[in-house]
Design a binder for this molecule. Sequence first.
Ligand code: TNX
Length: 613
Amino acid sequence: MSAPPDTTPEPLDPTRSGNLAELSEVTPTPATGYTAADHIAAGDGTSVRADTETAVPADDAVQAAGRTAGELASAAEREAAALLAPPAPVRLGEVVPAPERVEPDAAADYLLAADAVIRVSADPAAVAVAGHLAALLRPATGYPLPVTDTATPVPAGGIALDLTGDAALGAEGYRLDITTDGVRIAAGTAAGLFHGVQTLRQLLPAAVERSTPVAARWVLPGGSILDRPRYPHRGVMLDVARHFFGVTDVLRVIDHLARYKLNRLHLHLTDDQGWRIAIDSWPRLATVGGAGAVGDAPGGYYSRADYQRIVAYAADRHITVIPEVDLPGHTNAALVAYPELAPDRVAPPPYAGTEVGFSYVDPANERTYDFVTDVLGEIAALTPGRWLHIGGDEAFKVPAEVYAGFVERVQRIVAELDRDVIGWHQIAPAAHVDRRVLQWWGTTGEDPVTAEAVRRGARLVLSPGNHAYLDMKYAPDTPIGHDWAGLIDVRRAYDWDPASHLTGVPAEAVLGVEAPLWTESVTTLAEIEFMLFPRLPAIAELGWSPRSTHGWVSFRERLAGHGPRWDTAGIAYHRSPELPWPQPATPIPAPRGPAVSRSGGPPARPGATPGRG
Ligand code: TNX
């Protein structure tokens, strides 16, 4: 179903002495070791590769590429054959996550013209979405795409973003109409417009992901889409404590969430191995507690300004940051910085291993509650979102009753900050507070204690370890990741139903889904991407699409069609054998570069980090 786009890029071989100017103009992705090659399309819509092989003298190319003249000749022949095949446009239904309703109209394809204008309702948030759309389209199209705000935006040959104020589409829904005369996205909210823009982006050829102009025919398939999310909470958790990831890495992860209409970024900010956010009233948490990481990798922490930058970047993409301070366990780094919080008031040594469950702040010490109040207060002041995540997992050394009392007190502190509490499902036995959310990470689908907390009023975010834990390996030979919750291939990430997953929990209690990425074994941005893709879109579809659209056969086709987009965007992904990746117009030569295996694993790195336990 997914037609091979004309723009599948070839991986560049970094060992090749090719066209350096060309290399330097694409988005730098040093960690992946490969990135998109340049493509030039002829005005008639056929596509010609400006390959490095044609950009250097033939002899050099033969030598550098290690190919014979005969091989080069047959490659040229294939290129010529590819020229004869016009590119198939993306089809209207090829969107991930699957929209609620799709009505194609084959006679209504729209061709984006160089002089197209983006017209948008005169509302600052809507204008910001229009700016985002223009910024997405300008690099690859090279078109100016000016943005004009107006009381009643009409397509008039271009693209209209119409903030209707109509509540029918809900807080995040949108309607997209594509006709030969223009494109209209209508929504009741700026978030809805934003999600509509992500759909529009996926309906353009994969070359739209390029960071430099390419003369393609920018065709959108005609028809209408009506779309609304199934769940209000659709998230990813990134563990920045086990390994630290700087602001730019986090911003790129936020971009990945936005593509797939996710709206929550849960940051696991503190753990035994590192404390990652500056707290003015307890400065040593970051400066001392943030110094290390798993395997003695470099530590680090976000300054207040760094954290605010992350929050603002996410907010611009209609994503809410949920900060987590894991309590009372997973606190070794805090105890190194402030031994007064330790049960024995003695500083433990910094911890760079991957065991869990050994540390805790002293629930019997009033100073502990000063610490919690100060830390959560400072973080809340920097966080516009409603939620504060208090962790609560694996506090194995704290007796059950003491633990419940501690959690209840922390829940009250959160309520006093006028925020809603989220915790891992271990907090279930504590008393209910209004709008309490439990994050389920079990692996069995059976948990009477959590079901009972739901009966008392809690709601659930589902992160089943055996389906949604993106730190699990795909297959036994996946070079990084764990397997304690099982192997999670793409199908396993996709094939479960949040509404009926947990016995005794009614569908109405489920707020949504979240895919956690723990990083004991994940050390680079490329490795993050390798674990996220292609499973992140699977979880995104569970969170967004109506159950009636669920189907592995359709999903794997749609998802595989995104491979060329990820290639072009320089995203390092797992080329899972479960998916029918589109064949490029000409076969991609196996990369001889040192770093990347496009099928097996992420870029190699020196010294593997030990797994859990
Ligand atoms: C369990 S899931 C943990 C984390 C580990 C993870 C590794 C949860 C709430 N706690 O501390 O990083 O397993 O997969």
